[in-house]
Ligand binder design. Structure first.
Ligand SMILES: Cc1cc2nc3c(=O)[nH]c(=O)nc-3n(C[C@H](O)[C@H](O)[C@H](O)COP(=O)(O)OP(=O)(O)OC[C@H]3O[C@@H](n4cnc5c(N)ncnc54)[C@H](O)[C@@H]3O)c2cc1C
Ligand code: FES
Ligand code: FES
Length: 1263
């Protein structure tokens, strides 16, 4: 029997294939078979980086040993033959010592929730081991595939860039300040000795011949081309896949799973590179290898100098771990199978008229032009190689890729241009190639004809070419891809860009149009004071759990060894939006081996609600599973239990459901709801606040509307829960922000007393509100299965289910009429705001909106009405800075609109309206303007804009007074151990990345006057901390800190008589003596719902953003962001910096790249990492400066501090104001004479920016 073998962290494993399934990825194997939970997973499609591990392998072509990162979710375990795999556990750990990467990342506070962290470390580890010389640029470019929702990336990049040879003095200094105590040790159990100078294990060689593995589904490992055809002739070609890098399934999932896999990654001939007049690249070459070859060729040979441009383009394809194993052959075959795939490899090949060689089972080789290749039937054929021609300097080449974010995104439009010119600079021939226009469109043939024989670099030819191109480009409408209008405009802009960049002479005003946005290496500063006399309070410490997170030792809800009879649960999701369920037919699913059970609403023994009204803030019941009525597309309607995770999900898809679908058109937006026939049922007024003053000096009336979009939370840990049956009842390990809700919902749904349900939460992998009111749905489903089967059960929502089934940030639509005088001062304002609640009124923002709407302005003249609106979508929920995000954005928008009418700087208008209660911010603004050189920079930008037609810059400022108020109970229990005096805390707050445990430990150490390192904080549970409010609203850390102070005071009171008896005892002596006297060394205290010493307060903040907009493509760069925030006297400044940066970047995503698109039938179309794009590492500001307001003390909060978790998110809207100004500047170049406000839809994604600019080819000129 054939076997493959590989090592993981030095331990050797071998498999025949029968131990695993056709879908078992390396990630599944690590997590579920070996219990190595340090490696995480989220998207399972190569889009998030949580799963990255490091591989060392002998390259099949060069025979060199290489180290590289891979996404373990994309790698099939049977592909790992002869791989030495290192996971986070093998890099460093508590027992063997931590690796410098881990200690430094922790010291730089590069972790918050920590769920992305192992993937980050492994990506860096691989990068570091793959090269002798590491530059900061290399580091910054290598993390496009690693998403982090918490940190905003800056500290992660600082930590990793500190390993670069060219690290800047700022990092140099920090590194010097750090003590790296722990060094990497050689891995344990390495079967062979580590070779000298190389700590990688070398596995002995074996004969490489065709291997056959697996059970019913077969896995073959081929070493020759003949092997492949041998297998195909034996197995047939009805259901097979060639696994080269196997990354294609990250784009187009293999559904159904093929019967036969043939691993072709070790076929040497498919890796061959040589020249035969052309440059021949083996189809099995990885994109990384191809890039290396391109660079070398471009340097060595003038005729291949164009390959440097191709290298630049390939840098924008996928990201490093995908490029490390994904091949050019695989990419081209994806294009062959899916003509709509905007393949960059195909685009490049077609631009230079490259060819593809295929080979069939008769060894017949056929060379075809790329264009013809994609029409070929590839069944029973192998792509052998790709040929690129040498090109003289008479061939002028440009290629472009426009994306929704800087990296790791497929093209909105990609384009390749080759103009072959003669000696007189006339076009002899050309290739004008575009991707993502329509499945059949490749070349702009007619345009190519128009320019033939002409000088392209004059206005006449250019205008004729553009006219033809405009006719010829007919993009198809294929949501969620941006609209045809957008894609066509970009394509035209790219053509013009190419011409400008190649033209020998260009009018200086137009020159910038020929440039591509580039950014310098990112940098940042963090300015705050710290008072050493208060330490450990106010000390910039590292997060307590940092090292555990950096080493994968930190355990999350899903990180546990399965018990023998444990089942995995998956939701069956509705495939209609509105209607009644008539019947279920689960027979197909239940027939599948390993599927254990199927449950519907009828199986729920208790109350069918995951929002029981005994818990605060729950206003109506939402069904766990609908008894009959479906309320939205993607609603969980039934449950499947199976013996493994992927099986459960697959089986859920096999359940057939009969519906009686409603004829009613789904209402998917507030605007639709306002027009719908049943609008009375859908719209509920929450507030009607009348103005107390009215001005009469009306010079202008401004009317308009504004929209704050929705946003997916994008927690790196999706909704997760495990339920364990114990003798004393159910232990629910839920990834929740709200233990009380989960406990009550589970108990009530199962008809159990609450003391039979214990909820435990160690930490959660990101929440941002998603796991407050919504996690109880997932917990109830999991508990139902565990209860019914009397077996342990786990549910981990796959990303697509999480995105479809769970509500998002509530969008808000505002309509307004503003009357202003000649100075721009509001005389009266009528404002109506509508919050899109989705299918239930629970968790509505609208009721609290007036408070947030005022921001820091005088609202005496504002008439405010707010409404909650029901739409046919998942019930929307809180998302970081809920209500305040909408409120601040709306009020800031009103000021922007007034400023536009008045033709004034919006900051001046804002200053006019600041209320007397918030006047303290005026000094902050003055200082901010001075410190950031606001006026000088604005003047410089105006000059730049006047000189450059096609790049526009802008600098704008946003203000906030973020209202904080306290609510809810938060208990704390502190135990002190008499033997050594160490202190352990358990509290009702949930550690989800905000650093609550660290802050609480600091407060405790400060209060007890003990060293911080003797204080530890354990996970939360509902026994120690019953009846606790959700960790939300930015107040949890402070609330728990408050309770901690109370508990410490009580403890000190108990210890005081003992202290008085002793002569200045040490803490240990004091505790020991107290113990001996029988004093209770455990104290509990609670911050109650109302505490007179805790009063509401505002968090003031100012944010400015400087952007540059590439007018021709709608893309932009965020050049600099300055934030000054009033943090009071920060409890923990380094953590607070992280909160501010992370919140701002999440806001940046909301306002720029994250767009949720629903089909008319209510289906969410952007439900994957392929289509939904939070900011990545190269989207953050190139220069990010955070400053805490100096000498600030908050008398209303806890220990003079102010909270930081959410407020900075609301400042991110400033980016849209800067973009708006740049768009207006751009519109002038197109002859738009705007007197009225330019309406730009939100978010300011590429599509909406292009729509806002409304470009026209009539203005594209060279001279
Ligand atoms: C997160 C992510 C982002 C991406 N972004 C981009 C992007 O921006 N631009 C872009 O162009 N691409 C992008 N891709 C696609 C990526 O480039 C391809 O997945 C990769 O190149 C495919 O190569 P592979 O070796 O992994 O193919 P596999 O997945 O192994 O195979 C893909 C298909 O090709 C067939 N096949 C493979 N090799 C051969 C061969 N030699 N002969 C015949 N058939 C073969 C297989 O049977 C299968 O059907 C992205 C992919 C991911 C996962
Ligand atoms: S889980 Fe592998 S990249 Fe997301
Ligand atoms: S720390 Fe990166 S996702 Fe939470």
């Amino acid at each position: 029997m054939d076997k493959i073998y590989f090592t993981i962290n030095g331990d050797r494993f071998s498999l025949t294939g029968s131990e695993v399934s056709p879908t078992t990825s390396l990630n599944d194997y690590l997590r579920y078979h070996l219990g190595l939970h340090g490696t995480k997973a989220m998207c399972h499609e190569g889009g998030c980086g949580a799963c990255v591990v490091s591989v060392s392998l002998t390259h099949p072509g060069t025979k060199e040993r290489r180290v590289f990162a891979v996404n373990s979710c994309l790698v099939h375990i049977l592909s790992c033959h002869k791989w030495d795999i290192t996971t986070i556990e093998g890099v460093g750990n508590r027992k063997d010592g931590y690796h410098k990467l881990q200690t430094r990342l922790a010291a730089f506070n590069g972790t918050q929730c920590g769920y992305c962290t192992p993937g980050m470390v492994m990506n860096m580890y691989s990068l570091q081991n793959s090269t002798d010389k590491l530059s900061m640029e290399q580091v910054e470019r290598a993390f496009g595939g690693n998403m982090c929702r918490c940190t905003g990336y800056r500290p992660i990049m600082d930590a990793f860039k500190s390993f670069a040879e060219d690290r800047d003095p700022r990092l140099e200094q920090r590194v010097q300040d750090l003590e790296d105590l722990h060094e990497i040790k050689c891995r344990r159990n390495c079967e062979r000795k580590c070779s000298e100078g190389d700590d990688w294990c070398i596995i002995e060689e074996t004969n490489d011949s065709l291997m056959s593995l697996g059970g019913v589904n077969r896995w073959y490992k081929a070493y020759t081309v003949e092997d492949v055809f041998k297998v195909l002739s034996k197995e047939g070609t009805d259901s097979y896949v060639l696994a080269a890098g196997n990354t294609g399934k990250g784009v187009y999932p293999n559904t159904p799973d093929p019967r036969v896999y043939i691993d072709i990654s070790s076929i040497e001939t498919l890796r061959d590179t040589f020249t035969d007049g052309n440059l021949v690249l083996g189809a099995g070459m990885t994109l990384t290898d191809v890039m290396t070859t391109f660079l070398a060729r471009a340097k060595a040979n003038e005729e291949y100098s164009y390959l440097k441009l191709f290298w630049d383009h390939l840098e924008l394809v996928a990201h490093v771990p995908v490029r490390n194993i994904g091949t050019i052959g695989g990419n081209l075959v994806l294009k062959n199978k899916h003509h709509d795939f905007p393949s960059d490899v195909f685009l490049l090949l077609e631009t230079v008229q490259g060819c593809v060689t295929t080979i069939d089972n008769n060894k017949k080789e056929v060379v075809t032009k790329a264009n013809d290749f994609i029409k070929m039937d590839l069944s029973n054929k192998l792509v052998k190689n790709v040929k690129l021609p040498p090109l003289s300097s008479k061939n002028l080449i440009r290629t472009y890729k426009i994306m929704p974010r800087a990296q790791n995104a497929h093209a909105i439009v990609n384009a390749g241009f080759l103009f072959h010119v003669d000696n007189k600079n006339l076009i002899e021939s050309s290739n004008i190639v575009f991707g993502n226009i329509s499945p059949d469109f490749i070349h702009a043939i007619e345009t190519e004809k128009v320019i033939r024989g002409k000088n392209l670099f004059n206005d006449d030819t250019l205008s004729k070419a553009l006219e033809k191109l405009q006719q010829e480009l007919v993009p198809v409408d294929s949501p969620p891809e941006p609209s045809p209008y957008c894609r066509k405009s970009i394509a035209l802009g790219l053509f013009y860009k190419a011409v400008l960049s190649l033209s020998p002479s260009v009018n200086p005003r137009y020159k910038s149009g020929g440039e591509v946005l580039s950014r310098p290496l990112a940098t940042g500063t963090q300015n705050y004071d710290t008072d050493k006399s208060l330490w450990p309070l106010n000390q910039p410490v590292s997060k307590l759990e940092g090292l555990a997170q950096c080493s994968g030792e930190a355990k999350y809800c899903g990180d546990r060894h399965e018990t023998p009879r444990e089942v995995h649960v998956a939701f069956v999701l509705s495939t209609i939006c509105l209607g009644d369920i008539v019947s279920f037919d689960p027979s197909e699913a239940l027939k599948t081996p390993g599927v254990v059970a199927f449950y519907t609403a009828k199986d729920i023994p208790g109350r069918n609600s995951f929002t029981p009204n005994e818990v605060p803030l729950q206003t109506e019941d939402e069904e766990i599973l609908p008894l009959k009525k479906v309320l939205y597309y993607g609603q969980p309607i039934a449950l499947i239990a199976a013996t493994n995770h992927k099986l459960a999900i697959r089986a859920a898809g096999l359940v057939k459901v009969k519906y009686n679908e409603s004829k009613q058109k789904p209402v998917l937006s507030i605007q639709d709801a306002l027009k719908s026939p049943d609008k009375d049922k859908r719209i509920r007024q929450e507030n009607d606040i009348a103005a107390t003053d009215k001005g009469t000096d009306v010079a202008h009336i401004i009317k308009g509307s504004y929209y704050v979009p929705d946003q997916y939370h994008f927690t790196m840990e999706t909704q997760t829960c495990t339920v364990i049956n114990t003798r004393r009842g159910l232990v629910v390990r839920s990834a929740t922000q709200w233990m009380d809700l989960v406990q009550a919902a589970v108990a009530k749904s199962l008809n159990l007393p609450l003391n039979s349900v214990t909820v435990e939460v160690n930490r959660i992998g990101g929440a941002y509100g998603a796991k407050a009111g919504r996690s109880s749905l997932v917990a109830c489903a999991c508990a139902l299965v565990a209860h019914k089967l009397n077996r342990d059960a786990t549910i981990v929502l796959p990303l697509t289910h999480n995105m479809a089934a769970i509500g998002k940030r509530q969008p808000c639509y505002a309509e307004y009429e503003i009357a202003i005088n000649a100075e721009g001062v509001i005389q009266h304002l009528n404002l109506s705001c509508y919050s899109d609640n989705g299918c239930s009124f629970n968790e509505t923002s609208a009721s609290d909106l007036p408070n947030a709407l005022s921001n820091l302005y005088d609202t005496a003249r504002w008439n405010i009405k707010t409404y909650s609106v029901l739409t046919d979508k998942a019930s929307n929920t809180w998302a970081r800075a809920p209500t305040t995000t909408e409120g601040t954005a709306v009020s800031e928008h009103l000021m922007e609109r007034i400023a536009y009418t008045m033709k004034k700087d919006s900051l001046d208008i804002k200053l006019l309206h600041i209320s007397s209660t918030n006047s303290t911010i005026k000094d902050m603004i003055d200082k901010f303007k001075m410190d950031t050189n606001y006026n000088e920079r604005r003047a410089k930008i105006a000059k730049f804009n006047s000189k450059n037609a096609w790049m526009k810059k802008s600098l704008r400022v946003s203000l906030m007074a973020y209202p904080i108020f306290y609510y809810g109970n938060f208990p704390v229990t502190i135990s002190v151990y008499h033997v050594d005096g160490t202190v352990l805390i358990s509290h009702g707050g949930i550690e989800m990345g905000q650093g609550i445990n660290t802050k609480v430990a600091q407060v405790c150490a400060y209060s007890l006057k003990v060293p911080l390192d003797i204080v530890k904080v354990k996970g939360a549970d509902s026994f120690v901390s019953p009846n606790t409010m959700a960790s939300s609203g930015s107040i949890t850390s402070e609330s728990v800190a408050f309770a901690t102070i109370r508990a410490c005071e009580e403890l000190l009171k108990r210890l005081e008589p003992v202290r008085e008896e002793l002569n200045e005892p040490t803490w240990e002596e004091l505790v020991t003596a107290a113990f001996e006297k029988g004093i209770n060394l455990q104290v509990s205290a609670m911050k109650g719902d109302e505490e007179s010493s805790l009063q509401p307060y505002p968090v003031y903040g100012i944010g400015s953003a400087e952007i540059v907009l590439d007018v021709l493509t709608g893309s932009h760069q965020l050049m600099r962001v300055d934030i000054v925030e009033d943090t009071g006297q920060s409890l923990s400044p380094a953590l607070d910096v992280g909160q501010i940066e992370g919140a701002f970047i999440m806001g940046l995503g909301l306002w720029t790249s994250e767009k949720l698109v629903f089909s008319p039938s209510g289906q969410l179309l952007t439900d994957r990492t392929w289509t939904y794009k939070p900011p990545g590492v190269n989207d953050i500001p190139a220069d990010f400066r955070i400053t805490f307001k100096k000498n600030s003390f908050n008398n209303n909060g806890v220990l003079r501090s102010k909270t930081t978790g959410e407020p900075a998110l609301v400042l991110a809207v400033v980016v849209t104001y800067a973009l708006h100004e740049a768009i207006c500047e751009a519109r002038k170049e197109y002859g738009h004479d705007d007197t009225d406000w330019v309406q730009v839809d939100t978010p300011y994604c590429v599509e909406n920016i292009i729509k806002g600019i409304a470009p026209s080819i009539n203005y594209y000129k060279i001279k």
